[in-house]
Design a protein around this ligand. Structure first.
Ligand SMILES: [Fe+2]
Length: 364
C-alpha cells in the first residue's frame, strides 16, 4: 500500500488502511473501494492523504499504534467531556465534573498500547474524521508525548502525569467563545488575545481536580511558553517552564503543522520538522527537538519520493539508525517511465543520493 494525497486518489482505488469516524469507530475497512462520493466526503472532512492498496508495494506493513478499542474509548471520552464543558455556561459547575477519573483511565489504556511500540518510529498514520479539530489534536499530542516519555523511561506514575497533561493541554479551549474557537480564518489581534486565555482557563479547570496532578495542570498553563520568554500567557523562560510543558510545546506545534486546517493544508512530516528546527534553542529546547526528530518517521512508509538521480518510488522501510535515509523501492526511471522490474535503493548506504521531492508528484 502507499500513501497518496487525496487529490490524486481516484474512484476504483481501494483503501489500504481503515478510516475511523468521529467517535473513533471503524467507518471504512481495509480494501473498501473508493467512490466519487466517498472521496468528496473525506476531502470535506479534512483528510489530506489516504493509504491505497497497490500490488507493487503490498508488502509494506504499517502497524497501528493503538488498538481499535483504545482509540474508540479515548475519542468518546474526549468528545463527551469536552462537549459538556463547551455547553456548560457555568464554569464553576464544570470544575466539579470529576473529569480526572475518566481521563486517567484513558491515559492508562494509551500507555499500555504505546508501551508495546516504544521502539517503533512514530508515524501517525490513522485516518480519522473529526467533528472538532480539538478532539483529534488532544489525542495526537498525547500519543506523541507518551511515546517521548516512554523513550525516556519515565516511571509509570510520572508518565501518567505527563500523558494526562498532554491529553488535557488544550482543555481550556472549551471555555472560549465558539466564534473564536471555530473561526475558519486568521484571528484578529483582539481575538488572538482572547484565545491566549485558553491556557489560564485550562489551568483553572484542572488545578483542583481530583486525580489530576498540579504538574499536569501546569502543562495546560505553560504549553505556549517558550524558552526565550516570547510565549504566553506569562512570558516565563527557560527552567521556569516545567520540563513536561516544554515537551508539549514541541509536540503540540508539530501536530498543529501536520494536521489539515480550514485555512491551510497539512504539512508533511519533513516540512514540519524543518520549521521546528528553526526554533531549536530559542523557542524550544534543542535537545528535545533532536530527540523528537530521532523518533519521528519524517518519510513515512508508503510515501512517494523522487531522488536526486531523478528516479522515483515509494519508501518501503525505515533505517532505525538513520531514519532520514529510508529504503526506497524505485518504480519509475529518471525519464518518468514505469519500470517492469522495480529495484530498491537503501539511502543509508548511498549517501550521495538525496531525497529531492516528497509526496506530491503524479501517481506512478
Ligand atoms: Fe494550546
Amino acid at each position: 500500500m502507499r500513501l497518496l494525497p487525496i487529490s490524486l486518489c481516484q474512484p476504483g482505488m481501494r483503501l489500504g488502511k481503515k478510516i475511523y469516524n468521529e467517535e473513533g469507530l471503524v467507518l471504512l475497512g481495509e480494501h473498501v473501494e473508493l467512490t466519487e462520493a466517498l472521496l468528496r466526503r473525506l476531502t470535506q472532512h479534512g483528510i489530506c492523504f489516504l493509504y491505497i492498496d497497490d500490488p507493487r508495494t503490498d508488502d509494506i506493513v504499517v502497524r497501528e499504534l493503538l488498538r481499535d478499542e483504545t482509540r474508540a474509548v479515548a475519542m468518546q471520552t474526549i468528545r463527551t467531556h469536552f462537549r459538556r464543558l463547551m455547553e456548560d455556561s457555568n464554569r464553576k459547575k464544570a470544575v466539579n465534573q470529576q473529569i480526572g477519573k475518566a481521563f486517567r483511565e484513558v491515559v492508562g489504556l494509551l500507555i499500555d498500547d504505546l508501551s508495546r511500540h516504544s521502539d517503533a518510529m512514530i508515524m501517525l498514520t490513522s485516518m480519522q474524521l473529526a467533528d472538532h479539530y480539538l478532539y483529534q489534536h488532544s489525542l495526537n499530542v498525547c500519543i506523541y508525548a507518551t511515546i517521548m516519555g516512554l523513550t525516556q523511561k519515565l516511571s509509570r506514575e510520572d508518565l501518567t502525569v505527563f500523558s494526562l497533561g498532554a491529553l488535557l493541554h488544550d482543555i481550556g479551549k472549551t471555555q472560549l467563545p465558539p466564534a473564536i474557537l471555530t473561526k475558519p480564518g486568521k484571528l484578529t489581534d483582539d481575538e488572538f488575545e482572547a484565545m491566549k486565555q485558553h491556557t489560564v482557563y485550562g489551568y483553572r479547570l484542572l488545578k483542583d481536580e481530583p486525580n489530576i496532578s498540579l504538574l499536569s495542570a501546569h502543562c495546560a498553563f505553560q504549553h505556549h511558553e517558550r524558552i526565550n520568554g516570547s510565549g504566553y500567557p506569562r512570558g516565563i523562560a527557560g527552567e521556569q517552564i516545567t520540563e513536561y510543558a516544554r515537551w508539549i510545546g514541541v509536540v503540540d506545534s508539530y501536530d498543529a503543522m501536520t494536521t489539515h486546517r480550514v485555512y491551510r493544508d497539512a504539512m508533511l512530516p519533513h516540512q514540519a520538522m524543518e520549521i521546528l528546527y528553526t526554533g531549536a534553542g530559542t523557542l524550544y529546547d534543542k535537545e528535545k527537538i533532536e530527540k523528537f526528530r530521532d523518533k519521528i518517521a519524517i518519510y513515512p512508509l508508503g510515501v512517494s519520493v523522487t531522488l536526486s538521480t531523478g528516479e522515483a518510488g515509494v519508501v518501503i522501510d525505515l533505517n532505525a539508525a538513520m531514519p532520514q535515509r529510508p529504503i526506497v523501492r524505485i518504480l519509475q526511471d529518471p525519464d518518468g517511465h514505469e519500470l517492469e522490474e522495480p529495484y530498491e535503493i537503501d539511502l543509508s548506504k548511498k549517501l550521495s543520493v538525496m531525497i529531492a521531492a516528497v509526496g506530491l508528484h503524479t501517481p506512478l
